[in-house]
Design a protein around this ligand. Structure first.
Ligand code: NCW
Length: 485
């Protein structure tokens, strides 16, 4: 259980703990980590038999990614993973969440695994274990093998079957050393940014395909859970959802209805099948003009998607503010991007910038969104342990002439969100770990290298790594097992 204690001003204060600060203690076995993903850090895009994924194709398509940036080299993690693990060890991390590149392991999305691809992950995991760091492997963080996209991608049912096969291959090879598995990272982004708004790979814009993709991602999750359990019986399974804390601009019936509809396509389209084995009636009705749910969802799909999991991963960055009624009260959406709203005219949903401070992504800073999400998920699934599998902030980071990178905004952001996690645990929500996004500055999808989420600064020209002040602060927080308020 967590405790709250006040540090007496006479105590020998460890680094950066303000006098009289309240010290919020976390459980001793709390999993303190950071997270990354394959395409964002690995590089080595053509090595070892790896073939293009949809993100290789997308980033090489002019106009898709800021500045024409690609993940060809990224932060060269494939060649520098030992150095990166050494840094994690120095910072005292207890866990590291990374993703496997499907096209490095099974280049065409069919057939046997490529040993050279698996070897990279075997070496990475062994290095982590040697350093005393728990590996948490995500099977899919948005980088579908291009060959599977050419066959139809996520809107096509067979992609879910292909994913199940790939998950089994990965678990057979790594299940002897990886206990924690996450099937998918943020399937909402794969479905709605990839096939709806088109701001992510493969860049398609068809609302019906986005919904079909969402269902096939749910099915893929279920196939993945079954395949990993079969190959590695001791495995712990989770999925990482970017749940949206949705708020309505006013209490008008139109705005409340907009919030309900966005909750359906933003949250319940995944929470429903995965936690409860159902798609809610209002979600089906709201989108009946786009898809025939009775045809899309085949017998057995919901049973597969709702196979028991061991933890739910929640990725949280910012709340979402909406209004309805097609009033034309538009505004920036708080995520700096167009959002999914497949209803024309009077049913249109508008997204707004919530008031308050913004990050470099123009995402708002509001830990109460995480507080409310945790309460909601716990109420829906009281027995299910939770990991915060991502939380973090992009800042305008740069080195001083002395070579230091000071990022007090990141420290404040993480501190504020950890305080909320602490309070949730104190209220009985079983949050078992926190993974700061991200270990390293990296390829930030359509923003290329223009946005920095890392607690370690990377000079993209030289690949030199410099821990920012937040990394030192996080190391101290882990060492203490507590955060100040
Ligand atoms: S973009 C995004 N992110 C960032 C990314 O680096 C990471 O790979 C993701 O897991 C940081 O964490 C996640 N998430 C998308 C959030 C929703 C944005 C909504 C945009 C609407 C168009």
């Amino acid at each position: 259980m967590t405790q709250v204690e006040t540090r007496p001003s006479s105590a020998s204060a460890p680094q950066s703990l303000p006098q009289g600060a309240e010290l919020l203690r976390f459980p001793p076995d709390f999993l303190w980590g950071t997270a990354t993903s394959a395409y964002q850090i690995e590089g080595a895009a053509t090595e070892g038999g790896r073939t293009p994924s949809i993100w290789d194709t997308f980033s090489h398509t002019p106009g898709r990614v800021h500045h024409g940036d690609t993940g060809d080299i990224a932060v060269d993690h494939v060649h520098r993973f030992r150095e990166d693990v050494a840094l994690m060890k120095e910072l005292g991390l207890k866990a590291y969440r990374f993703s496997l590149s499907w096209s490095r392991i099974q280049p065409t999305g069919h057939g046997p695994a490529v040993e050279r691809g698996l070897d990279f992950y075997r070496q990475l995991v062994d290095e982590l274990l040697e350093a005393g760091i728990t590996p948490v492997a995500t099977l899919y963080h948005w980088d579908l093998p291009q060959e599977l996209e050419d066959a139809g991608g996520w809107p096509v049912r067979d992609t879910a079957e292909r994913f199940g096969e790939y998950a089994g291959l990965a678990a057979q090879a790594l299940g002897d050393r990886v206990r924690h598995w996450t099937t998918l990272n943020e399937p909402w982004c794969s479905a709605f940014l990839g096939y709806g708004s088109g701001v992510h790979a493969p860049g398609r814009t068809d609302a019906a395909d986005a919904l079909r993709a969402a269902h096939h991602l749910n099915l893929a999750h279920g196939r993945g859970v079954a395949a990993v359990r079969a190959a590695a019986p001791g495995a712990e399974l989770s999925i990482s959802l970017n749940l949206h804390q949705i708020r309505s601009l006013t209490d008008s019936p139109q705005d409340l209805d907009a919030a309900r509809r966005i909750d359906a396509v933003g949250n319940r389209v995944f929470l429903g099948p995965i936690l409860h084995g159902r798609y809610d009636e209002d979600l089906r009705a709201d989108t009946a003009h786009l898809v025939d749910w009775d045809r899309l969802v085949q017998p057995g799909d919901l049973a597969a998607a709702s196979a028991p999991i061991d933890q739910l991963g929640i990725n949280y960055y910012a709340p979402t503010l909406v209004s309805g009624g097609g009033s034309g009260r538009t505004g920036a959406d708080g995520h700096g991007n167009s959002r999914f709203s497949p209803w024309p005219g009077a049913e249109r949903v508008d997204f707004h910038q919530p008031p308050g401070e913004l990050t470099a992504m123009r995402w708002s800073i509001d830990p109460t969104g995480l507080r409310d999400l945790l309460a909601r998920v716990h109420a829906e699934a009281p027995q299910l342990p939770i990991f915060i599998t991502e939380n973090g902030i992009a800042c305008e980071d740069y080195p001083t002439p002395e070579g230091e990178v000071r990022d007090p905004e990141r420290i404040a952001y993480v501190q504020g969100h950890l305080a909320v996690v602490h309070d949730a645990i104190a209220d009985g929500v079983p949050v078992q770990g926190y993974f700061l996004w991200s270990l390293l500055d990296n390829f930030e999808w359509s923003y290329g290298y223009a946005k920095r989420f890392g607690m370690v600064y990377v000079d993209f020209a030289t690949q030199q790594r410099t821990p920012k002040s937040s990394a030192r602060w996080y190391a101290e927080t882990i060492r203490r097992g507590a955060v100040a308020r």
